[in-house]
Write a protein that binds this ligand. Structure first.
Ligand SMILES: CC(C)(COP(=O)(O)OP(=O)(O)OC[C@H]1O[C@@H](n2cnc3c(N)ncnc32)[C@H](O)[C@@H]1OP(=O)(O)O)[C@@H](O)C(=O)NCCC(=O)NCCS
Length: 172
């Protein structure tokens, strides 16, 4: 059973997502625009292949951890990290926030929650990959301490885990 860490942030609740949250995740990703999907997956995705939905809902709480932001019970954003198989102390981070809830600091809060959960799972560094035209995401990750470099048409960045100060308190 995945411990449900809860971070209460008025009026948004940020908590770790578990097996029972598949519908919340599917709802969020289904609501993303074609442009958002392109930025998130680096290719057009008018419908999600089953394998992609299985990946998005396939958290194990250790190597693949997701957190969600909830507003009045509706999932407003999801962030996750997936441990690198090549470098087990490194994990890739991705985040998506519903359009209606952008500009409220949700992505920042979600990544901060991932930082807290990653420390417990012996992850030392986060890496990110951003489409070079995705200015909001590039600015978000720069503001979260990532240094981005353009490599083969992709903005790539890394930083140590726990770089967000102060780290949010997590309740059991
Ligand atoms: C990128 C994204 C996650 C940002 O979510 P958000 O909740 O609106 O971001 P926040 O409100 O937490 O913003 C945090 C910082 O990001 C940057 N930022 C966010 N949106 C921005 C925008 N439209 N333009 C410029 N900078 C922006 C700013 O630095 C902001 O800090 P500030 O508010 O102090 O200026 C959201 O636009 C999204 O889901 N996009 C589609 C999916 C995607 O591209 N994901 C990223 C690839 S993994």
């Amino acid at each position: 059973m995945i411990p449900m860490n809860v971070l209460q942030l008025d009026p948004i609740e940020v908590r770790q997502l578990g097996e029972a949250d598949g519908e919340h995740i599917e709802g969020l990703f289904t609501g993303l625009s074609d442009q958002d999907r392109y930025y998130r997956f680096f290719r057009p995705m008018p419908a999600y292949p089953r394998a992609v939905m299985e990946l998005l809902t396939g958290m194990d709480g250790i190597d693949h951890v997701a957190v969600g932001a909830f507003a009045d019970g509706t999932c407003a954003g999801v962030a996750r990290f997936i441990r690198s198989t090549r470098r087990p102390t490194v994990a890739e981070v991705a985040v998506s926030v519903a359009e209606a809830h952008r500009g409220r600091g949700l992505a920042r809060r979600l990544v901060a929650a991932l930082d807290v959960l990653a420390v417990d799972r012996h992850i030392e560094r986060f890496e990110i990959y951003v489409h070079p035209a995705n200015r909001p995401a590039a600015q978000l990750f720069r503001s979260l301490g990532f240094t981005l470099v353009l490599d083969s048409g992709t903005l790539e960045g890394e930083r140590p885990v726990g770089a967000i100060q102060p780290a949010p308190a997590l309740a059991a």
